[in-house]
Design a protein around this ligand. Structure first.
Ligand SMILES: CC(C)(COP(=O)(O)OP(=O)(O)OC[C@H]1O[C@@H](n2cnc3c(N)ncnc32)[C@H](O)[C@@H]1OP(=O)(O)O)[C@@H](O)C(=O)NCCC(=O)NCCS
Length: 389
């Protein structure tokens, strides 16, 4: 054991540690910037589609029209789920399992139907990644329908990725605006540096396990309220506040009792999360178009942001600002998506980030194996069970 003087530094939470090089995304947390493969996130959210962003992350360049058409066709072709997987989803929905547990289990189960599961070549990994990516919305839509005793709606090949997802959820083709909102949500969640779920998934692939296992590790890690679960928590927080005029009182009580404002603060962004900025503007449009609950949530969110940021600034914490999870609940509500499904949609989108990262890492893999610093006693005497006090 190391003496006190030579005690190694423990990097709790691995803060500030680089574990690999990447060309996928870059976060400038001090200046509200996020790039995918060098493209500013705002340009992609405004002009692109999820399929195009997925192509960008897999091939590190934007596609030509014919390439994108082929890529979209391959994704549309892979949307169907095996009957057995649908049955598992149905069974778990009847047990009222958490939606993230259902997605995790279904993705894991899908591996059994993939003849290439154990093949780790780049071509095979890309094919498998596309299959998982394409099927994830079908899993979410299936559990949504089954948990409401509604019939499963099979996917359509003539619709875009997010259009088909909304169609499978609600049984009707979404409007152009709804499709755009969902595309923006999917694009903004697609990839985000070495976050906890990306790291979990990278640890898995670093053992030369398989792409399905890497995605399952990512899903399991994304589930937590400090990561993907924050949007659901932010929604409940807005509901608990109830109206904009209750915000002041709520903030005073919450901060006095050391509660965190959900959807604010970030390990990397010490400025306004650019994704939250984009969503905030889109939510403004949504509030105007939809009125009702989305408008009320939006008004509460805007007021809470104003009051909380003032409080944080008074404490010298100008770095605690809204993150993406703060502003997505408004858009999800407008699209008819219940809060317990928010993280599953984050998952469906982030599969591209996890798989692109896994494939990038496999180009030059190294087993991820950090150390833990033992601080217990050594050479203790083994006492037989009948002699223990
Ligand atoms: C994201 C998060 C986990 C980052 O945590 P972190 O890196 O440990 O945060 P920091 O080191 O910058 O700051 C920690 C301190 O800042 C304060 N703080 C950070 N985020 C806060 C928030 N949202 N509300 C109130 N106080 C907050 C707390 O006082 C905390 O001190 P504590 O440990 O005594 O509670 C944290 O900001 C958080 O819990 N946010 C709410 C959940 C959320 O939105 N998660 C989504 C992330 S994309």
């Amino acid at each position: 054991m190391a003496s006190q003087a030579e005690k190694p530094k423990v990097y709790k939470g691995l803060e500030g540690i680089y574990v690999t090089e990447t060309r996928l995304s870059y976060i400038d947390g001090l200046h509200s910037k996020l790039y995918y493969v060098g493209y500013p996130i705002e340009a992609l959210a405004k002009n692109s589609t999820y399929e195009e962003v997925a192509f960008l992350l897999y091939f590190l360049r934007l596609p030509r029209k014919d390439e994108l058409d082929l890529f979209k066709a391959l994704m549309a072709e892979a949307r169907e789920l095996p009957e057995d997987v649908l049955n598992v989803v149905k069974k778990m929905a009847s047990l009222k399992a958490h939606p993230m547990d259902i997605v995790r289990t279904a993705v894991s189960y899908l591996a059994a139907y993939d003849p290439e599961v154990g093949v780790n070549t780049p071509e095979s990994n890309l094919r498998k990644s596309l299959r998982i990516l394409s099927k994830a919305p079908s899993i979410i839509a299936a559990m949504y329908r089954f948990s409401r005793n509604l019939d499963y709606i099979p996917p359509r090949k003539d619709l875009s990725h997010v259009e088909n997802f909304l169609y499978m959820l609600h049984g009707k083709r979404p409007t152009e605006f709804e499709t755009k909102v969902m595309d923006v949500i999917f694009i903004l969640h697609a990839e985000h540096g070495m976050n906890a779920s990306a790291f979990a998934s990278l640890v898995t692939i670093s053992t030369l396990s398989d792409i399905y296992s890497a995605v399952v590790s990512g899903i399991a890690t994304l589930k937590g309220p400090l990561h993907g679960g924050a949007a659901e928590a932010a929604y409940h927080q807005f509901k608990e506040i109830g109206s904009p005029d209750k915000v002041e009182e709520w903030v005073q009580k919450a901060l006095a009792s050391k509660r965190r404002v959900m959807g604010m603060g970030h390990r990397v962004y010490k400025s306004y999360d650019p994704r939250a900025k984009f969503m905030r503007e889109l939510d403004g449009e949504i509030a105007k178009i939809y009125g009702g609950e989305p408008k009320l949530l939006y008004e509460i969110a805007i007021k809470l942001e104003e009051v909380a940021l003032k409080e944080f600034a008074e404490k010298g914490r100008m770095d605690i600002q809204p993150n993406i999870d703060y502003y997505t609940p408004i858009a999800y509500t407008a699209l008819g998506i219940p809060p317990e499904y928010f993280t599953t949609i984050f998952t469906a989108s982030r599969i591209v980030g996890w798989t692109a990262k896994a494939m990038e890492y496999l180009k030059d893999p190294r087993l991820i194996r950090p150390l833990d610093l033992y601080v217990g006693e050594l050479d203790k005497e083994y006492v037989p069970i009948d002699k223990r006090g």
